[in-house]
Each structure stands twice: as C-alpha cells, then as structure tokens.
Design a protein around this ligand. Structure first.
Ligand code: ADP
Ligand code: GLC
Length: 483
C-alpha cells in the first residue's frame, strides 16, 4: 500500500508533544511491514535547528490564498529509509515556535496550515506520488480530507485516495472567525452546518470528521469518551454522526528510541534485570537539579506540557502537602506561566524538595524518566498519553488518573495480579493524594516494588499490535474507494 502521513510535527524533525512521537514512529513500523510510506511536514525553523539533514529539491508550488499567492519550496530528508518531505516558506515557518510563542498562538495559523495542506496536495502531483491512503493528524491537517471531498472531488489524481483522519486531542479544533474562510482559499459555500460552520465560526476539525473516509483516535477509552458531552468538547454530535467509521487505536511507543539499555542521555544504562543503574540515575538527577542526594526518599517525576489538561490544578493545589512530605518532586514542563509561578512560590516558601525546570528539553526528559521512582500523570483528560508508556519502559511506576489512554494502559495495584501502577478516578486533589500515598507506601517495600517496576518494564506497548490495526483500517479505506 502507498501511505502518506501528513502532520504538523514529526520527531526528530520538530516536536512539542506526543503527536511527534506517533508520526515519527508508526511510519517506521508500517514500512517494516512492507509498505511504501512517506511523510510530509512543514519546514520550520526548528527543523533547521534540529540538525537533521534536509536537502532542497528542485520543486516549488504557488498557492493562492484569498488575495495572496504564497510560494513553497520542497525539501527532503529521511526517517530511516522513509522519505520525509518538508514544505518551506520562510514567512510562514521560519519562526520561533511551531504554533506560537509564550504570548499565544500565531494569528495567521489558519493561513499557515491551509498553505501547508494545499501545498502537500499540489506537490504530490509534482512528485507523482499517488497515495492509497493519506493519513492526516489533528486540526492542522484537517483541510486535506475537506479538500479531497469537495474541491478535488472530481480530480482523477486522487480518485483512489482515501483519507484517514486521526484526532490526537479534541481540545484543539482549529476554530477561526468566519473571515478566515477566504484567507484559506475557501468560498462561502463552506460556511454551512453540513460543512465547517460551528456556532458562527469555522471549525476545521469538524470538517475533517465529517469528510474523512475513516476517523480514528488514540485509545479505545477516549474513543468512547468523546461521544458524550463531558469529553466531546462540543463535537460529540458530529462524532456521533460518524460513529460507524470511528475507531480507537492505542498509540504505540518506539521501543528503539526509548530504551534505558541504550539511552545515551541518561547517567547509567540499565535493564529490568540490572536495576542498579536506576539508582545511579536517581542520584545523578538529584545532583543535576540541586536536590538532596537521598536514596531513602521516593522521587516523583513529571514530564509534561504545563497545561490544565495534564492535571496541574490538582498538583499545584497539593504543593503545600507535597512540600511537607518525605518525597522529592521533579517537574520538567513547557507552557503556562501561571502554573510555573505557583511552583516558584512554593520554592520561595522553602520547598527544597520540589524542582521545576521549564522549557522543552528532550535530554533532561530522559533523565527524569530514568531517575524517577514514580511517574505522575493526573490528567483531567488524556487521549492516549505517551508519558506513562515511556515511564513503564524506564521502570518509573505511574500514578495516573483513570481517563482515556491512561485507563487503557495503567492497572491499579489494588485490583489485579497484572497491576503495573496506581490510579484514581475523581478529578480532585484528595483522590490524587490518596493514590500517591499508596504508591509511596508500596515503594517502601523494596522487593514488591521491584516486582511492580519489572512488570511495567516487561509490558509491550510497541507499535506491533496497533500498526496492524491501522493497516486493517487502511484496507477498509481502500475498499471504500473501490466501491
Ligand atoms: P501530549 O502529547 O498531550 O503533550 P503525551 O504524553 O502523549 O502528551 O506526549 C508527551 C511527549 O512530549 C512525550 O514524549 C514527553 O516525553 C514529551 N515532553 C513533554 N514535555 C516535555 C518537555 N518539557 N521537554 C521534553 N519533552 C517533553
Ligand atoms: C495528544 C494527546 C496525548 C496523545 C498524543 C499522541 O497530544 O494529548 O494524549 O498521547 O496526542 O497521540
């Protein structure tokens, strides 16, 4: 099968979160299974900085958007033996962040990603790659299924191309004012309830859900949750319309990329049978962050965007209790200044056992996974979550809220022989505190804790199973086109 991935981030080219992990690893597994897989992403400043080699191709496109015409140049790199195409336009993508700066999103994001989507479709013709499947991800690529359904409906080049659309996070829908339609090159006929109109605005994700041949999301539980109002973010009705074509497939993790046995960024390498290295990592992390070097305190780690989704309301509410407890809390986070300030306040009030590092730092993130006894992920909602999967791999036992993909991957120690972590259900600070306390008491029993760690380390969340599920869906997509 010929499969094209189109995404706004792909590791190691550009990454802000789990989306990049997925688009940087699932294609490799599909390729291993014998398919012709290729990837498209924007050529951001970050790609240039990443040092990943990317060469200029002699292909360019002119994309009209409203009154303007924007020129894009094709570049090419690779992910193993997978061709990775990058669309360059300095004005749109040679900027500091992928989607914005700490002050907020870029006001022309609709234009940037409309340019990208239109550019991808145009360039496919120039390079003569006619995919059986275009697999699009999140709102930034939502325009592709929309254009295939309407503007390009009678374009023979795409007659046999099925669009699969994956929702990684329903909280980011690509909502823009009505005036932006024209700036994306769309005529007023798109502003109807059957297409993109949503309470007086343009909603790109809604459009993709309605037009893609198949829609997926990244865990089975989240797939069920988003069909109801509580997690549906206002799109539950739209999703209900596509219920028969909506599937939940759990994300996998790149087990070559995330492996404490070979990780060059951690202090000492280890495996589930040689756990001594884990202690060296804890000590190294404590020293690096200026924490007391104490083996007798449980080290609780978090690697996360500092946003409400990830449960930071609960964590910051608990800061006084955490500061008084015999533990250490290490947080590596990007994002919201308000949460960061609450951590700083706690430090100023004398909480020497709490450390916050702000910024996006892949190398430090690995040290946190390797140095933590417990990995905390009290998310308010979580489509899948890769943090807990990485934590398992590094022998950090997860404490999570039972929601979305966290519910599908973490089993509480109270409940089963197969327990691999600790969960709580109500979204409140006391419930989180109670499960953290249970984890800490379990940690004090060294032998049974080791068994718990090893059970997590032995779990298989590699792409193996999920890649097969995607292939099954792709085949369904192809069959729909042939029908
Ligand atoms: P989300 O995609 O919602 O942010 P996930 O758990 O799916 O959450 O994926 C987060 C990914 O981003 C993981 O690979 C995690 O290690 C990484 N990550 C998050 N914050 C940081 C950070 N500040 N520095 C480095 N890596 C980070
Ligand atoms: C989103 C979700 C996260 C998921 C990731 C990759 O960012 O918030 O739960 O793991 O996408 O699918």
């Amino acid at each position: 099968m010929k499969i094209l991935f189109v995404a706004s981030e792909v590791a190691p080219f550009a990454k802000t979160g789990g989306l990049a992990d997925v688009t940087g690893s699932l294609p490799k597994e599909l390729k291993r299974l014998g398919h012709d897989v290729r990837i498209f992403l924007p050529y951001y400043r970050e790609v240039e900085r990443s040092g990943v080699p990317v060469r200029k191709m002699r292909k360019a496109v002119e994309i009209p958007l409203g009154d303007e015409v924007h020129r894009g140049v094709l570049r090419q790199g690779s992910l193993g033996d997978i061709p990775v195409y990058l669309l360059e336009n300095r004005a749109f993508f040679d900027r500091d962040g992928l989607y914005g700066t700490p002050a907020g999103d870029y006001p022309d994001n609709h234009r940037r990603f409309a340019f990208f989507c239109r550019g991808v479709l145009e360039l496919l013709k120039r390079i003569d790659f006619r995919p059986d499947i275009i697999h699009c991800h999140d709102w930034q690529t939502a325009l592709i299924p929309i254009l295939l359904r309407y503007e390009l409906a009678s374009d023979l080049f795409f007659a046999r191309t099925a669009a699969v659309y994956t929702i990684h996070n329903l909280a980011y829908q690509g909502l823009f004012p009505r005036e932006t339609l024209a700036e994306m090159g769309l005529d007023p006929s798109y502003f109807t309830i059957e297409r993109l109109e949503y309470y007086g605005k343009v909603n790109l994700m809604k459009g993709a859900i309605l037009t893609a041949d198949l829609v997926t999301t990244v865990s089975e539980t989240y797939c069920r949750e988003i069909l109801a109002a509580e997690q549906g973010c206002g799109l539950e009705g739209v999703l209900q319309c596509r219920k028969d074509d909506l599937f939940g497939i759990l994300n996998g993790l790149d087990y070559d990329e995330w492996a404490p046995a070979t990780d060059q960024d951690i202090f000492k390498r280890y495996t589930s049978t040689s756990l001594a290295g884990k202690a060296a990592n804890k000590k190294g992390l404590q020293r690096l962050l200026g924490l007391e070097e104490r083996a007798d305190l449980p080290l609780v780690g978090m690697v996360s965007r500092l946003v409400a989704q990830k449960g930071f309301d609960l964590v910051t509410e608990l800061l006084p209790r955490l500061a008084a407890e015999d533990l250490q809390l290490v947080v590596l986070g990007t994002g919201d200044g308000a949460y960061a300030r609450l951590f700083e306040d706690a430090r100023e009030r004398g909480a020497r056992n709490i450390s916050l590092t702000t910024g996006f730092d892949p190398s430090l993130s690995r040290k946190v996974y390797a140095g933590s006894d417990i990995f905390l992920m009290p998310s308010h909602f979580e489509p899948c979550g890769l943090g807990q999967l990485i934590a398992f791999r590094y022998g950090a036992v997860p404490v999570v809220r039972k929601t979305g993909g966290l519910a599908d991957t973490v089993t509480d120690s109270r409940k089963s022989q197969a327990a691999n972590g600790f969960t709580f259900e109500p979204y409140d600070a006391d419930a989180l505190w109670e499960s953290l306390q249970r984890a800490i008491s379990a940690w004090r029993d060294r032998e049974s804790w080791k068994r718990l760690m090893r059970r997590g380390m032995a779990m298989d969340f590699s792409w193996h199973r999920s890649a097969e599920k995607y292939l099954e869906l792709y085949r369904r997509g192809v069959a729909k086109k042939e029908a």
